[in-house]
Design a protein around this ligand. Structure first.
Ligand SMILES: CC(=O)SCCNC(=O)CCNC(=O)[C@H](O)C(C)(C)COP(=O)(O)OP(=O)(O)OC[C@H]1O[C@@H](n2cnc3c(N)ncnc32)[C@H](O)[C@@H]1OP(=O)(O)O
Ligand SMILES: CC(C)C(=O)C(=O)O
Length: 559
């Protein structure tokens, strides 16, 4: 418990950046950035149990499959596992020609030497140097002034040149991160970066990467965007520099900061799949990529089997992806609430395959990321008729008429309230059966005979009555059509309010479904359903279903 009256007085607002002619707010992102996955380094270092070699290789292969072309594979000087993993990738030929391995090191010579050693024999590699530059890190961690911090970077940069020269068979790219960039005075960040690139001497043909981390996210994303725009305008040799973003999610705005940073002119994004990483995680590369996709920009990463990617990531990280995680969470292509279900069902019905995606509540077509429509709609006590109707239609070919949807949704609602659980399509179908298709008391239809002549029908039905013991009754009636004849033969006054029928399936397995809305004894109209190979039988069953349901309801008068 804080001793301060107002604990918020421990903190202060992040200062704004003086850049009144900022251009990023009116920019849009029109092309995919260079992607770099830091899962096997930043992600891995944050795990309770870091990945072993088998998991790392599985993860690496997944990243390659997804199409990430720059992959930070390890911090080779940190551990034998990390060092050996780099060796395995190189010696066993796991690095495709279009993919570049990246590794990270501090600016200490022993670590740099070991880092270059790990890369011996690589065709090409990115070696990534970092040291923190912000005032608090200068004071707390390094106990150095600005010159001391710059000297760490410059000396290490020189060592990079020296060790790289000893392995000329490799095509080297150098990357420098002023760690804690977003908390560093912009002029000083530029000063250190300018000094580093002075040593590395990049050209437009052979650029260096300057990676500008929000190591700890400490301001709103617009501030980060201002910092990136300012940096891009002021850094020396901009045409020889790739500006890279590396955001974390401490304030929950890593994706926003990255997107605004791209609008502010950055070329490259480092992050982790589904946002793994220290504390609240690195920026989620998948979300940034699929956000581009939903804006009509090809992200150049393949998430067409997003669940397959998630499985690998979850098993390697041993951290589950949250069910509400953008795009990939178990629940994100699911609608429980009634009005959402209704809108989604209508959207699917109207969506044309080659037209712009417009299904309400679904920012992306689930099929584009390997998800199926069946999982889209789920039913619980918040659900309405739309979702129920959709599931019956998709799973069982049962197309409930609109008014019956309303009635049946109340039946489902009672059941979900009773269970307190979600209902599957199978359970809903079983409920439809027990409520409508097994509604055979007090009168069960045993058989019927139908004669039709000149548009006139004569019907005789045999009915088993459970009213006073089990007796078999015979009812006869005539009318213009089978149903009218049956109604005429009933000893109870009924009125058909609505009737619908359709086929379920096709060919020899096809069945007929009939739906009737019936008013019995002048009471409230209720629905009945009949399903049979024969359409007349289906319609008779539907009528008996409605009759029995009406007579079984407390307010209905006995016949
Ligand atoms: C934001 C990030 O994610 S940065 C990456 C962080 N990742 C990791 O640290 C994971 C791997 N790291 C490790 O396993 C270890 O830190 C090692 C093996 C690299 C080094 O371990 P150690 O030698 O015990 O040193 P440690 O990391 O504690 O650093 C302590 C010293 O390095 C200095 N140092 C820290 N960072 C840097 C740097 N980037 N460049 C140069 N020196 C540095 C510190 O000032 C400190 O110096 P001091 O001992 O004189 O006070
Ligand atoms: C090493 C740097 C890029 C880092 O991981 C960070 O600042 O978060």
């Amino acid at each position: 418990m804080s001793m301060l009256k107002d604990p918020s007085s421990k903190y202060r607002a992040f200062p704004t950046i003086d850049i009144p002619d900022r251009t990023w707010p009116s920019k849009t992102i029109t092309a995919a950035p260079i992607w770099c996955s830091s899962d096997l380094r930043d992600g891995n270092q944050s795990l309770i149990e870091p990945m072993d070699a088998v998991k790392k290789l599985r993860f690496w292969k997944t990243l390659v499959q997804v199409g990430v072309k720059e992959i930070e594979a390890s911090f080779p000087a940190a551990s034998q596992t990390d060092f050996d993993f780099v060796r395995t990738l190189i010696e066993d030929g796991h690095i495709p020609d279009d993919t570049t391995i990246q590794v990270l090191t501090q600016g200490r010579e022993d670590l740099i030497a070991r880092t270059f050693e790990s890369l011996r024999g690589a065709k090409k590699a990115i070696v990534h140097l970092y040291n923190a530059t912000s005032p608090s890190f200068r004071r707390i961690v390094f106990n150095q002034d600005k010159d001391g911090i710059k000297a760490i970077a410059v000396n290490a940069a020189k060592l990079f040149v020296k060790y790289a020269a000893q392995q000329p068979e490799t095509e080297w790219t150098f990357e420098y991160s002023p760690e804690t960039f977003s908390a560093t005075e912009l002029e000083f960040a530029k000063e250190v970066c300018d000094a580093v690139i002075e040593v590395w001497n990049p050209t437009p043909e052979h650029k260096v990467i300057l990676n500008l981390p929000a190591t700890v996210e400490c301001a709103t994303p617009n501030i980060y965007a201002d910092q990136i725009e300012w940096f891009g305008r002021h850094i020396n040799r901009r045409d020889s520099v790739i500006i890279s973003l590396h955001t974390h999610n401490d304030r929950g705005t890593g994706v926003a900061a990255t997107e605004l940073g791209l609008m502010a002119g950055a070329d490259r994004v480092e992050g982790c799949l589904f946002g793994n990483g220290e504390r609240t995680g690195n920026v989620d590369l998948v979300t940034v990529a699929l956000n581009l996709y939903t804006q009509g920009v090809d992200p150049e990463l393949d998430f067409s089997d997003i669940d397959g990617v998630r499985k690998v990531v979850e098993e390697c990280n041993q951290i589950p992806v949250h069910p509400r995680h953008p795009y990939v969470g178990d629940l994100v292509h699911t609608a429980f609430s009634g009005s959402h279900q209704d809108a989604i069902r209508k959207g699917f019905a109207q969506q044309q395959p080659d037209e712009l995606w417009e299904v309400p509540y679904l920012p992306i077509d689930p099929a584009d990321i390997g998800r199926s429509y069946e999982a889209v709609i789920r039913v619980n006590s918040q659900s309405g008729k739309g979702g129920i109707a959709y599931l019956l239609e998709q799973e069982y070919g049962i197309n409930l008429p609109r008014r019956m949807q309303i009635e049946f949704s109340q039946v489902v609602q009672r059941e979900t309230d009773r269970l307190g659980l979600e209902m599957t399509a199978q359970q809903i179908h079983a409920l439809l059966h027990s409520e409508y298709l097994q509604a055979n008391t007090p009168y069960a239809l045993v058989s019927h005979r139908l004669q039709e002549e000149n548009g006139h029908s004569a019907v005789e039905v045999e009915v088993s009555s459970k009213g006073q013991g089990e007796t078999n009754l015979h009812w006869r009636g005539k009318g213009n059509g089978a149903l009218e004849a049956l109604v005429a033969g009933l000893p109870i006054p009924v009125e058909i309010m609505d009737y619908n029928e359709h086929a379920i399936g096709a060919g020899t397995n096809a069945k007929a479904a009939a739906y009737i809305e019936l008013r019995v004894n002048g009471e409230r109209a209720v629905h009945g359903v009949g399903i049979d190979e024969n359409i007349t039988t289906a319609s008779f069953k539907a009528l008996f279903s409605a009759l029995n349901r009406s007579l079984s309801q407390p307010e209905a008068k006995a016949a």
